[in-house]
Design a binder for this molecule. Structure first.
Ligand SMILES: [Mg+2]
Length: 255
């Protein structure tokens, strides 16, 4: 496969739960050696970009923070560009710092937008109902991601998607999705490398957001059999990856 740059998903590709994927770090060094540029695109919304970088460091990956494109960072920049700076943030306190650093003001009343992330225990009835009321009062619904679930250390975990869907159902509003599979999200990462989508590949464990999203914006989609990969899910998706590999460790063999 002739590829000029690679976008790489983090959760389920570099690590699963709290364990690094064997051989993944060596694969990244091989990309470095061959001069193939890469960036990371993650729908992880519980953590700030700094925490994501720190965590990766702890797992043995030395990845510069600016190489990591996360949905909170992209959303904060996007909201700021559009002047929607007063937001009700349904996020973890950690992810909130990405918004504060971009100049977004967290409000409980009169919000321009309701921003929904995987806020874990923060997604209480009280918080969801406040979001619902703000949306009914005219705020826009912005979803950092709309994934159904992710693979945690002890099993599958609800992602932001089910909560976004609940708010969409209640308000009959459609959420603007910032993270994968939004084309703007992939293009933001590719812009930093300065490469067109048709010369790039996306490596991920989610057949819909990673592979479907990448293919929809003209990239090649490479599915790994780690993380949340399930053969049955792939079959049901109706999406055909350009390549399926056992793990990121095998990527250099195919480039
Ligand atoms: Mg993943």
């Amino acid at each position: 496969m002739k590829i000029g740059a690679v976008l790489i998903d983090i959760d389920g590709v570099l690590y699963v739960g709290d364990r690094p994927v064997v051989g993944a770090e060596r694969a990244l060094r091989e990309l470095d050696r061959r001069g193939i540029p890469y960036r990371f695109v993650s729908n992880t919304t519980r953590r700030s970009r700094r925490s994501v970088a720190d965590r990766l460091q702890g797992l043995g990956y030395a990845i510069p923070e600016p190489w990591i494109v996360t949905a909170p960072v992209a959303a904060a920049a996007h909201l700021r560009e559009e002047g929607r700076t007063r937001c009700f943030l349904l996020t973890t306190p950690d992810a909130r710092t990405d918004f504060e650093e971009a100049g977004i003001v967290a409000v409980e009343e009169g919000a321009d937008a309701v921003v929904v992330a995987d806020a874990a225990e923060g997604l209480t009835y009280t918080a969801m109902n406040r979001a619902f009321r703000l949306l009914m009062d005219g705020a826009d619904l912005v979803a950092l991601e709309k994934d159904r679930y992710w693979m945690g250390p002890d099993g599958p975990m609800l992602s932001a998607g089910p909560f976004v869907a609940a708010l969409e159902y209640a308000t009959e509003k459609e959420a603007e999705v910032i993270g994968k599979p939004s084309p703007a999200f992939f293009l933001r990462a590719l812009r930093e490398i300065g490469i067109n989508p048709d010369k790039a590949a996306m490596v991920g464990d989610d057949i819909v957001t990673d592979i479907g999203g990448a293919r929809a914006c003209g990239m090649k989609g490479i599915l790994v059999r780690t993380g949340k990969y399930r053969e049955e899910t792939v079959r049901q998706s109706g999406i055909t990856p350009d390549l399926v590999i056992d793990s990121l460790a095998n990527l250099p063999d195919h480039l």
